[in-house]
Design a protein around this ligand. Sequence first.
Ligand SMILES: Nc1ncnc2c1ncn2[C@@H]1O[C@H](COP(=O)(O)OP(=O)(O)OP(=O)(O)O)[C@@H](O)[C@H]1O
Length: 477
Amino acid sequence: MPPLVRTDSFQDVDFTLRRQFGKQEFRPFQRDIIRAALQGNDVFVQAATSFGKSLCFQLPAVIDRGITIVISPLLSLMMNQVEALRVANVNARTLNSNTSMEERDYIYQDLATGHPLVRLLYVTPELCSGEHFRKRLQVVHKQKELARVVVDEAHCISEWGHDFRKDFKRLSWFRDTFPGVPIMCLTATANDVVRKDILSTMGMDKTPAKLMTFTTTAHRSNLHLEVRFTSDEADDRYDDFITWLESVYKRRRAGKRKAELDAAGDRVDSVPGIIYTTSRDECESLSAALRHDGIGARPFHAKLRQEIKEETLARWIANEPGYSIIVATTAFGMGIDKNNVRFVVHWRIPKSFEGYYQEAGRAGRDGNASYCFLYYSREDRDRVQNLATRNSSKDCTGNEKARLDSLAALIKYCEDTSGCRHAAICKYFNETQVPECDFACDWHKDAQGLKKRMVTGLATEEWMSTQRFDDYDGRSD
Ligand SMILES: Nc1ncnc2c1ncn2[C@@H]1O[C@H](COP(=O)(O)OP(=O)(O)OP(=O)(O)O)[C@@H](O)[C@H]1O
């Protein structure tokens, strides 16, 4: 099957950007990535959280003939993007376990025509393994209407990427079945191993001449990164957090700032944020404690009913009173595009470096200064390490080893008081350039104070060696 004949529409991209997406100009690299895609190349994009990766496949999908299949790991992410595209008048749909019968019939009929009206179809990797869906795509491809296959949050493809699901590996079917159809993979967090794994699974490494790679730094200069030290014995994270939040309210109440917030229709005592916890119980209890103290906080975890989750998300995105802070397990966040999240707090150390930075990256998507705290205790460290080791088999597989290494790197990051946090993150992602940090981390703000806080805040290793910490609640979804 010859490849699609593409429209010669490079000159249209600016017009489409303004008319369809309501944006004035491209951000750096977006135009190059879009051009590479429209030329029919395979494209690999690795760029920081909030870079604007979605536009890089959404805009070509609107311009190109045919349908673009977007494979995405999370339902909330798909719903978020489809909603935004619909507002922009783009015929975007999603097929997943929550799709109604009526919508499902519409989509399958649309595909069966071979000339679908849907421009972007968001699906899960599990759906892509199904025979029914595959047959319909073959019909579309016969008519030369399969424009592109996109994998968003592509690190999930990789066994080394920490979100691995078996059906991601089966995505190799696309290249095997439709060798001429271009593929685009996008991620914010991939090191060399993960990148190679993505390219080989998707068969993009078979035709290197057709592959264009765009890699930008993972650095987010507007994130203020801090590790806050605590211990089981002197657990002060709740008071510490409340004190910090009140100091933010106080600043917002002061003179000019209040007038600015009033003018923007923003409430002084409402600062949108996310707190990540590691268990559903803590998610519930912490949000209840905050509400009891008059702070609009809501829990978000996998065991909540779908309607409750949708309502919570919608009201939080709309900045409604009582919905300032989401207290979530890791089920929340990836791909959620709320641009004024002013803080992300990790209540306990997460399970991987990638997870930590993905989640922290939900803050400050509008480019304004935002705060990312990680509360770190050695007791939590031992709990999460025990759990990770317990979950690994005796002859640790490559994937399990990668997880343990990633956790070890995060622990090292927390306990390292000898350098810039941003530099440590870029180094973890194999970047050679040291990023500029304008007092945007605890080390740059006060290196001596940081060292002192670590010594006084953490339980000593000597004390730790006399204790056992294995009651970590790993139910994190
Ligand atoms: N050229 C542009 N001009 C203005 N806003 C833009 C532009 N491109 C993207 N945006 C906005 O930037 C925000 C972030 O974009 P997007 O959700 O695509 O980020 P991302 O790179 O996928 O990040 P993540 O990996 O964190 O999901 C969105 O609100 C989007 O509308």
